[in-house]
Write a new protein. Structure first.
Length: 760
């Protein structure tokens, strides 16, 4: 069945659908695990294929992570299965193999890039695109055609256990980074790249209960931009409910908003076990009907509820046209991915090598740009220091580096593998500080303290039902080495500076892993207190998936660094920042709280500073200083014009080469303008040598001055008025500002056309 790419795909979808039996159609809406079909010798069991998938299968779930396998063996298994499907099922339809690629391919040996929350702090979409381009190349070689990534929830609850997977609290930054993720992953052509899936639609992690204006302007923004500007063709609804209906069965968000307002013509796939979690329904027939009627196409991970679709159709619970929509959405994606082409790229025939030097360099570059310097009294960088003590639970552990949805974390949590292979090699902080240390520096090490003494993970039934096992959640990570508090405190007496590596680990943060609160786990805070009492300067390095409350402690430390989960090169990246080989440049993608917050917080809610926030969105220190000057903004621009020109200069006024992330915000001048009190609408990462000055030129699109309304119909409005363009080093550190007046008549359009400012 050849497709040359020029023929109308819709016609081909219709023709294929017409040839298929009802059993084949149902099979396209289901998924299964690949390992089921291979014997102990790794050979395809064709009898099992004939028994379980005689009519083919739409999808294979998480095919890379089930067991630790060489990528060439994975590819061979995919090849055997695709070959069997094309030769032994009625219409020979290949399957879509999917995997998680949040921080690289979720498989043994693949590069582990920094976690998303840290990468957002880099404000570097070019590196984000390079990362996923590398990821897609590796996954496609293995036979992966679809990724269940990125996660672009706008997360405004600092306590959310999956905040680490997101790009933080701001819709604009999340949209920029998410769009870059899609562009790199899909490589401009679904026949060559890997299809992206935006999740968890809509408002998971905070925002699902937002008012319509916030939902449509900000929470929807990353999904909308990825779909409309980057060609993202797959959406995954969240586990939560919007307006009382679970997202996977929610016609308002899946049919009205997604397919109607956004014009989405792709495929909607359930999160794992989400259909089974629809409340108030008695059986899988009703659950399958609710999901497919609500707009969901595919049942992951095993199609257990959609097996009942034939009965739901027979009983009239599902209309034939609804069923047809779902099947055709799957077939359309397969045509777009080139699976029916004569020269279809289903997998590579060459030897696959993972974690290449180029990939490791990308991981290192992202890590150095993800680490945020929060406080520094001059102790950093560690240049003229003789004796340094490194201590703390995250000083010599891979769990300081690996966030959730990395292969080590997934294997440890889901598969209960206690001993995770060092493949790829994950550079711990102790190794990085040892190998990168300057000549003459004496580095001492003692763990000093464990993450926790007691199990802190709270049991709860939320998210993937496979994580609801009490035993799965009730584990304490074994560090593999002793924590000797007295030894560490004695060493502290002999050193000049203490580096305390603290924070979370794989069991203290992640899907369905909640803690009691956000202060440092266990007795880490008491340990740091004892280190401070020695009188030696303490550099606090915090690892983990979310901002942790360190108020009262941070003020007495000589420096504070938020390192997040910086990936396989994290040890080298943090060491190079500590030693001053690289200046920190990252800026916070979240508001960093000084108190326990279990509810929404965002810098753009108010023009006044939030007293609960210790470090504001966009904040981050450097080893040098910068001056901003000479802001120029167009004075008057018609509402019908494409955009407003902005320019300003940034100068490095210090003694070290460094990057500055200059941020452009927009504010109203009158209450009726219906835009946020302050809203990020652009940024530029500027590399400057000491004394060097550069001019930044930005075009703000007039769409960015607009707002959403729903009066009879959904629309985007641009109204005349005076606005303030602000340029700053953070949302709370505005350096320059000028007003611009939009003139002329109001503009009303169905949907905004431009989402991001442009660097000129």
């Amino acid at each position: 069945m050849g497709c040359n790419g020029h023929v109308d795909i819709e016609q081909q979808v219709d023709e294929l659908y017409g040839k298929m039996s009802q059993e084949e159609r149902v099979a396209q809406l289901q998924s299964i695990y690949l390992d089921v079909f291979f014997d102990e010798q790794g050979k395809l069991d064709t009898a099992k294929c004939r028994e379980l998938i005689p009519n083919g299968i739409g999808h294979f779930s998480q095919f890379c992570m089930q067991q630790p396998r060489d990528p060439n063996e994975l590819r061979d298994r995919v090849a055997a299965m695709q070959d069997w499907l094309m030769k032994n099922t009625p219409n020979g339809i290949p399957a879509l193999f999917h995997e998680e690629v949040l921080t690289g391919v979720n498989t043994l040996g693949a590069t582990i890039y920094p976690q998303q929350i840290g990468q957002a702090c880099s404000f570097n979409p070019e590196l984000a695109e390079l990362k996923t381009r590398q990821t897609a190349t590796a996954l496609r070689r293995m036979g992966g055609i679809l990724a269940l990534s990125p996660m672009v929830d706008v997360c405004r609850n600092p306590s959310f256990n999956r905040l680490e997977e997101s790009y933080g609290e701001d819709g604009y930054l999340s949209a920029v980074m998410g769009t870059a993720f899609v562009k790199g992953l899909q490589q401009g052509d679904l026949r060559k790249g890997v299809g992206a899936c935006s999740k968890h639609y809509l408002g998971y992690g905070g925002g699902g209960d937002a008012d319509e204006k916030e939902m449509m302007e900000e929470i929807l923004l990353p999904h909308e931009a990825m779909i409309r500007t980057a060609g993202s063709k797959v959406v995954m609804p969240g586990y939560h409910a919007v307006h009382g209906t679970n997202c996977v069965a929610n016609g308002e968000i899946l049919n009205d908003i997604l397919r109607g307002y956004l014009g989405f013509d792709g495929m909607v796939v359930s999160d794992y076990t989400a259909i089974d979690q629809i409340p108030g329904l008695e059986n899988s027939v009703q659950k399958a009907a609710a999901a497919i009627n609500g707009g969901n196409d595919v049942d992951f991970p095993t199609g257990s509820d959609y097996k009942s679709l034939p009965e739901a159709l027979k009983k009239g619970l599902v209309k034939p046209e609804v069923f047809e929509r779902a099947v055709k959405d799957v077939l359309r994606h397969k045509f777009r991915a080139g699976l029916f082409d004569k020269d279809a790229y289903l997998y590579s025939t060459e030897k696959i090598v993972l974690d290449t030097p180029e990939e490791r360099k990308t991981a290192y570059d992202i890590a150095t740009q993800s680490v945020v310097l929060l406080e520094n009294n001059g102790v950093l960088p560690l240049r003229d220091v003789r004796n340094v003590l490194l201590t703390g639970p995250n000083a010599n552990s891979i769990w300081a580096m690996c966030g959730d949805y990395t292969y080590p974390a997934m294997s440890y949590f889901w598969k209960r593998m206690e001993n995770v292979q060092d493949n790829p090699h994950i550079v711990k902080l102790l190794e990085g500080m040892t190998t990168q240390k300057p000549e003459g520096l004496n580095l001492m090490y003692s763990r000093g303290c464990d993450w926790t003494e007691e199990i802190e993970t709270k049991y709860g039934e939320a998210g993937d039902a496979r994580a609801w096992e009490y035993e799965l959640l009730h584990r304490k990570v074994d560090a593999g080495e002793k924590a000797d508090r007295q030894e560490a405190l004695q060493m502290a007496q002999q050193c000049d500076v203490i580096v305390a590596a603290v924070g979370e680990n794989v069991m203290l943060c992640g899907e369905n892993r909640d803690r009691q609160g956000l202060r440092l786990p266990g007795k880490q805070e008491q340990f740091v207190e004892e280190l401070i009492k020695t009188g030696k300067p303490v550099v606090l390095v915090i690892f983990g998936g979310r901002a942790q409350v360190v108020s009262g402690l941070a003020e007495r430390c000589a420096a504070v660094i938020q390192a997040w989960y910086p990936g396989e090169e994290g040890g080298n990246a943090v060491a190079d920042i500590l030693y001053g080989k690289v200046s920190p440049s990252a800026k916070l993608s979240v508001s960093y709280p000084n108190a326990e917050i279990n509810g929404p917080v965002c810098y753009n809610y108010s023009a006044e500073k939030d007293a609960r926030v210790q470090w504001h969105f966009g904040y981050g220190l450097s080893y040098t200083t910068f001056a901003y000057q000479n802001l120029k903004v167009d004075k008057e621009v018609p509402t019908t014009a494409e955009g407003v020109n902005v320019s300003f200069e940034v100068r490095n006024t210090g003694k070290m080469a460094a990057d500055e992330i200059a941020q452009v915000y927009l504010s109203p001048t009158a209450p009726g303008q219906q835009i946020r009190p302050i809203q990020l609408q652009g940024f530029a990462r500027v590399s400057l040598k000491p004394g060097e000055s550069k001019t930044v030129r930005v075009k703000l699109h007039t769409d960015q001055f607009g707002f959403y309304s729903h009066e009879g119909e959904r629309q985007w409005n641009i109204r005349p008025g005076k606005f303030v363009v602000k340029v700053g080093a953070s949302s709370a550190d505005i350096k320059l500002q000028e007003t611009v007046t939009l003139t002329g008549e109001p503009v009303v359009k169905p949907i905004r056309d431009h989402y991001f400012s442009e660097l000129l």
